[in-house]
Design a protein around this ligand. Structure first.
Ligand SMILES: [Fe+2]
Length: 200
């Protein structure tokens, strides 16, 4: 008798209790289609938020130069705040009966934020990259918040506006002022050293 190994069993799809991209029934007085739309939007913001969270830690570790200490601390504070958003987004998805994206390879396939190089970059590039990621999330979130409100999903709208949108806008203030405070403006960022994301 040929008994499959545990590792073989664990790589087979049949272990999944619910497929990603589906929603289980929930007595929330919200149509399945509405919950599915909200879950799809929430997973996009979740993947982008996880990517921004990790970018903050990358920059926290790789900070260098005269602003090292303040950036090292600022990046870690923002990282911790993004961690809170990740959990709130994922648990909203589960609340709606969906499946929250979780693992790094799946996040990498889903996020729209440009992948930075593994190596360190200077402070101005770090800050510029963060601002770009924040703006992408802010634009997406505002759009999805309106859609959720129009469909009657007030809980998702509230999460998007009260937590995700306002936290990202607040962090943009700090990152922007840090950029201004160091005397570095956007025009000083060398275009050839910073690949702007294609938002096709
Ligand atoms: Fe640290």
């Amino acid at each position: 008798m040929n008994i499959p190994s545990i590792s073989t069993q664990l790589t087979e799809q049949k272990t999944e209790l619910q497929r990603y991209g589906t929603v289980a029934n929930r007595p929330l007085a919200l149509d399945k289609k509405v919950r599915l739309n909200s879950v799809t939007g929430l997973n996009q913001i979740l993947a982008d938020t996880m990517t921004l969270r990790d970018m903050y830690k990358k920059h926290h570790w790789q900070a260098a130069g005269p602003t090292f200490y303040q950036l090292h601390l600022l990046f870690d504070k923002h990282w911790a705040e993004q961690v809170e958003l990740v959990d709130a987004l994922a648990e909203r998805i589960q609340t709606l009966g969906g499946v929250a994206i979780a693992m790094a390879p799946d996040v990498a396939e889903t996020t729209r934020i440009t992948r930075p190089p593994r190596g360190p970059e200077n402070a101005s590039i770090q800050l510029f990259r963060l601002l770009q990621a924040h703006e992408l999330i802010i634009a997406e979130t505002r759009e999805l918040a309106h859609a959720a409100a129009n469909e009657g999903d007030d809980g998702t709208n509230d999460l998007f506006v009260s937590q995700v949108l306002r936290q990202n806008e607040f962090q943009v203030w700090f990152v922007s002022e840090q950029l201004a405070g160091t005397g570095i403006s956007e025009k000083d960022v060398e275009a050839d050293r910073f690949a702007v994301a294609s938002r096709a």
